[in-house]
Design a protein around this ligand. Structure first.
Ligand code: NI
Length: 170
């Protein structure tokens, strides 16, 4: 297990559609370990494989408050199979878009199907922050970022800001 460096916008891997995992083998378990460690190290509530440079369909989330027991959920090939009609507004950020946060509107409840680290199917019914985090992370697997839900103006401001900062970072 190891903490991995994060891919930062506009890194192209963040815009790729990730490959489904054909078989949950050691390499996938290693990937889940790296995702979990990296998420905790960078103090995120979720992390998707492309954010650590791996274009495969795997994510982790843990929305438990930091002073409470962790509630790590590892999802391989996750899929949202039900969206509620009612929505929730939540201020989202992303470890790959540092220091940016904006209100995003999403379905307030979702049902997600995925495989666990042993390749066994399971279902998560989520609402509130967990529903938001799951949708945000699953979006990453399709190359979608939270800024895609914003107005064109807001999106281009953030785009310019992050490109400038990345250019300066070398
Ligand atoms: Ni993100």
């Amino acid at each position: 297990m190891a903490v991995q460096p994060l891919r930062i916008y506009p890194d192209e891997i963040l815009r790729q559609v990730c490959e489904p995992v054909a078989r949950v083998d050691d390499s996938v378990q290693q990937l889940l370990d790296d995702l979990g460690e990296s998420m905790y190290a960078h103090q995120g509530v979720g992390l998707a494989a492309p954010q650590i440079g791996v274009s495969r369909r795997a994510v982790v989330v843990d929305v438990a408050p930091r002073d409470e027991e962790s509630q790590l959920i590892e999802l391989v090939n996750p899929r949202v199979v039900e969206f509620s009609e009612e929505t929730i507004d939540f201020e989202e950020g992303c470890l790959s878009l540092p220091d940016e946060a904006e209100m995003v509107t999403r379905p307030g409840r979702v049902v997600v199907e995925a495989l666990d680290r042993r390749g066994k199917p399971f279902t998560v019914e989520a609402e509130g922050l967990l529903a938001v985090a799951l949708q945000h992370e699953i979006d990453h697997l399709d190359g979608r970022l939270f800024i895609d839900y914003l107005s064109r103006l807001k999106r281009s401001l953030i785009d310019r800001r992050l490109r400038k900062r990345q250019a300066q970072a070398g």
